[in-house]
Structure formats: structure tokens, C-alpha cells
Design a binder for this molecule. Sequence first.
Ligand SMILES: [Zn+2]
Length: 234
Amino acid sequence: MKLIGSLFSDFVNLIYPNCCEVCGTLLGLRERVMCTTCRYKLPRTGYWLQKGNPVEQVFWGRVPVSNACSLFFMAKGSPYRKLLHKLKYSNKPHIGVTLGQLLGNELAKVDDYKGVDFVIPIPLHIKRERKRGYNQSEKIADGICLSTGKPVRTDIVFRQQYNETQTKKTRVDRWSNVSGIFAVRPKAAELLAGKHILLVDDVLTTGSTLEACITTILNAADCKVSVATLAVAK
Ligand SMILES: [Zn+2]
């Protein structure tokens, strides 16, 4: 069956060739999402190896986070921004899974992340998830699970408010806009007790959404929270 599946995907590739989501060149049969060159040039942060890295510093004085890192830098005008844009708006969930796998490959080598019990993607509001067809953070978490074997839980935290877009708000405005938007499901708090949770999101900008979600989790149970995102704004 595996052979037939692979023959079928080769056949589909012939009719609808896959292109690199960064530079647009035709992908080889074994390349996924990015060509080898773009994958090699991905501006990785290396933060998973660095205690007190700038992603961890974002949360200092705001909320206790055990470890935090992002896979790559997302500078203004960088062609790698396209990956996140297509993941969110072009119905390409596989970008999240593939990049999540890359992130998971790194986390699997670091002791700080080996003790993670399960992965929780930042939930979308159900209305937005229905509109998009999927939660991009859940796809990233699925990729991390493929590399690390850590289970993904989407049945513990949910988004109870459909908050408006945050782009033109100050940090204080954003905080009042995001506080209280997440909640832990009744009876799910016991699943968190004593656990080390890895919270996953696509991009870290101000950290307000993650901060709100971490606060909700820590208020619900005595547990540890670490954070991993695909990209960090530079
Ligand atoms: Zn490329």
C-alpha cells in the first residue's frame, strides 16, 4: 500500500508540481514545502540551545515560563514570511506540519524540552477555525508530535472570546483585549496538574496572546509551561 501511495503522490506531482513555498522553484520528489537551498538558508535562531534567550526575555516580569524558543527569525521583507502567511491564509496546513517537524527535531535533542508531557496548540475561536478549516498552531503541534512523540491535547484549553484584530493596538490595549479570552475546560484542570506543557503558536510578536493563555493555564493548575513558536518577529 505504501508503494501505491508513493506512486500515486509521484503521479499527482507530475500533474500538479509542488513548488518551493519560499522561492518558487520546482521541488524534487523528496523535498517538502521548501527546496533544499531555502531549507538550508532558513534563518534559524538556535534559541533552543540558549538559556535566557530573547524569546524567554519577552516573558520576563510578565508570566513564569520554563523554556521558550522559536525556530526562525521573521525579519521585515524576508521571503520566509511567506511560509507563515500561506499557512494561515492559503489553505496550506501541511506547511505547519513540516515546519513543526523541523522545530520538533531540534527540541528532541534538548534536555529542557525532553520532560514535556504534552503539547497544547494556542486555540483559535471555533468560528475562526471553521472559517479557515484548521487551526494553524495545531498543525505545528502535529509536526512537533511526529518528531518528538509528545502527544497533542486540544481538549483542555479553549478560546471563549472572538477578539478583534490586534495589529493597531498598543501593548496595554492588547493585554486588555486578550485577558480572559482563554479558559480551561471544566474537569480538565486535573490533566494539567504536575505536568510540563509545551504551548505552541505560529509567530511571537508582543507575546500578549501567549501570556494570556499561559496565565489561564497556570491559574487552573500547578504545572510548568514552556513555549515554542515557528517564528519570532525581528
Ligand atoms: Zn526555495
